[in-house]
Design a protein around this ligand. Structure first.
Ligand code: NAP
Length: 442
């Protein structure tokens, strides 16, 4: 049987998981593919480190360059993380014409165009199924399975840490800071949690999904990004009373009504990450804890949903093995760039500035409980041509100040920001207004 030999650069959580999964299912994969997959070497930083997943000492090396350059190693699997050495690894392999598998969303987000250009120039494939949503095979879905569709919208819960925190806040009625501290203790959140809770990790993944869906590279700077630090127990509870669940969403959708955006052959698209009120009737509202899910709407297929574990050694290894199988089959059949990813089938694309994006909103104001306050707030919104669909003053909040919830009709983001800045200046309005978008999924 034909053998394909690969080198793992990184033997940590994912690298160890890949090695173990191949031990378990390598023979099964060989029988399915007609190709045997063999690990030649595993490059790590510290040869003496104790590893959760045992890797035979004879496979370990601390010389990644030696692995990349070894003529017997046909495929390089980059699982070291980071954007500096990892970039060197990937470029060195591609320049040698070797296919590369990576799980590194930060690397793709930061250096994607350069890496894909190098892959094209040297006739080598770059595979990245594990870079978005761990074990969920969403890259292949967008790149291949839905190739006959115009992708109208992609909504993803793609950061397990944020989803874990928001789920516990809702189920336990707990505050953000308390759940975050507990998540850090349990290993669901990093000691330095900013990458996750400020939305950057979700933005890396959302940019990759947007690029795949629309055929042009979406630069990180084009992705409006908000995290979940500002979400309070109160907002989660009020949203629940109104029939919504707050989720951190990566959103990629066509914006037919955008006012601005570069005219061109492509419809303008919104690419953003923000916490949103998801109707409890939508399936994404019930994606809980560390699970991920991506809902994709195509013009031919309609609505689809992909659900599973977005991280962890085994789910991520599953995605890496899928890429390894593709790499082995492509090597066997001599196919390069079988399904081109970033050809300009949508021209250069146009990402609509967030200020121009029209959304619905939940707004919570803390106001002094006296007559005439509502009228002044409504007046400022009317002047900004922003329509209120309902005003709710939840009961059981007697005191000097009370919360008031405004549900706002479709309005451009810039107009909302300006109107809320004016409302915040009213003497009767205490605390900064809270504004959370409502995602209607229409
Ligand atoms: N963990 C997940 O659930 C998950 C999910 C999806 C995607 N990913 C992505 O997968 C990648 C790997 O994540 P991970 O969680 O497996 O990381 P990890 O546990 O920290 O493992 C990183 C590995 O890379 C090795 N390494 C680091 N610098 C090196 C160098 N200069 N030369 C050789 N080896 C080096 C480390 O060696 P030592 O072991 O000696 O320190 C370690 O084995 C990242 O891009 C991450 O974003 C992870």
């Amino acid at each position: 049987m034909q053998q394909v030999t690969f080198g793992l650069i990184g033997g940590g959580t994912v690298g160890g998981g890949v090695h173990q999964a191949l031990q378990r299912n390598g023979a099964l994969m060989a029988s399915r593919l007609g190709i045997g997959l063999t690990v030649a070497k595993v490059a790590v930083r510290d040869l003496t480190k104790a590893r959760a997943a045992a890797i035979p000492a004879g496979l370990l090396t601390d010389d990644w360059r030696g692995v990349v350059q070894d003529p017997a190693v046909q495929v390089i699997v980059e699982l070291m993380g980071g954007t500096t050495t990892a970039k060197e690894v990937v470029l060195a392999a591609l320049r040698l014409g070797k296919p590369v598998v990576t799980a590194n969303k930060a690397l793709l987000s930061t250096h994607g165009p350069e890496l894909f250009a190098a892959a094209a120039k040297h006739g080598a494939n770059l595979y990245y199924e594990a870079s978005v949503a761990g074990g969920i095979p969403v890259i292949k879905v967008l790149r291949e399975s839905l190739v006959g569709n115009r992708l109208i919208s992609v909504h993803g819960i793609v950061n397990g840490t944020c989803n874990y925190i928001l789920t516990r806040m809702k189920l336990e009625g707990a505050e953000f800071a308390d759940v975050l501290a507990d998540a850090q203790r349990l290993g669901y959140a990093e000691a330095e949690p900013s990458l996750d809770i400020d939305g950057h990790d979700a933005a890396h993944k959302t940019g990759i999904l947007a690029s795949l869906a629309h055929g042009f590279w979406v630069k990180p700077g084009q992705i409006h990004t908000e995290g979940i630090r500002g979400i309070s127990k109160l907002d989660i509870q009020f949203a629940a009373r109104l029939g919504y669940t707050i989720k951190l969403l990566g959103v990629v959708k066509q914006v037919p009504s955008a006012k601005r955006g570069r005219p061109g052959p492509c419809p303008p698209i919104q690419v953003a990450v923000y916490p949103a009120l998801v109707p409890d009737t939508h399936v994404l509202a019930s994606v809980n804890h560390a699970f991920n899910a991506i809902s994709v709407r195509g013009d031919v297929v309609g609505d689809t949903l992909f659900y599973g574990r977005g991280a962890g050694a085994e789910p991520t290894a599953s995605a890496v093995l899928s890429d390894l199988a593709d790499a082995a089959l492509d090597l066997k059949h001599g196919s390069h760039n079988r399904v081109p990813c970033f050809v300009a089938h949508s021209g250069d694309g146009c990402v609509v500035p967030m200020d121009d994006v029209v959304s619905r909103y939940y707004v919570r104001l803390t106001v002094v409980d006296r007559p005439g306050v509502f009228a002044r707030i409504a007046n400022l919104l009317a002047k900004a041509r922003i329509g209120i669909s309902s005003i709710i003053q939840p009961e059981g909040h007697a005191g000097e100040t009370v919360p008031v919830i405004l549900m706002i009709h479709d309005a451009p983001n810039a107009a909302m920001k300006r109107a809320l800045a004016q409302i915040a200046k009213l003497s009767a309005v205490k605390d900064a207004p809270v504004m959370i978008r409502v995602e209607p999924f229409e």
